[in-house]
Design a protein around this ligand. Structure first.
Ligand code: FES
Length: 149
């Protein structure tokens, strides 16, 4: 029997709203997949494009950022910067033959524990459907070398 693919997912979570939402989900005993590994950051605006790409380089199958609601960032416009970087990361992934759906930006206030858990569940299912990144990378590399031949 084939084993079910369990994706590795990194979530950059801002400490003010989304991390509190994750905490609330835990306090409320709302379950979400253990595939999601949370990395607390001061603000999603602190997450650089290279941080997102490096996460894939070291083995993540999917990466999402979870910040404050738009207009509520504690550093005024950090989540707007993060939104732009997530879009740019999608473009780069697409350019190298990797599905851009492997990156996403979400917004969760500190009171949105169940919604945060739902983001984790939905994103994990999305990445599970896409399959392992290493497999997709191999297909993209084979297609590139085929095109050069
Ligand atoms: Fe939460 Fe900026 S402090 S996204």
């Amino acid at each position: 029997m084939a084993e079910r693919f369990e994706p590795k997912i990194l979530c950059f979570c801002c400490q003010w709203c989304s991390y509190a939402a994750a905490d609330l989900a835990g306090s409320m005993r709302v379950q979400y997949p253990t595939n999601v590994h949370i990395l607390k950051v001061p603000c999603t605006g602190r997450v650089d494009l290279t941080h997102i790409l490096q996460a894939f380089e070291v083995g993540a199958d999917g990466v999402f950022l979870s910040g404050c609601l738009l207009g509520d960032c504690h550093y005024i416009e950090g989540n707007y910067f993060a939104t732009t970087r997530a879009k740019r990361a999608k473009e780069i992934l697409k350019g190298i033959g990797i599905d851009p759906a492997r990156v996403e930006m979400f917004y969760n206030s500190s009171g949105m524990g169940p919604q945060f858990a739902q983001c984790c569940t939905d994103f994990t299912e999305r990445i599970r459907q896409l399959g392992p990144l290493r497999k997709q990378k191999a297909v993209a590399a084979a297609a590139a070398s085929q095109a050069q031949a």
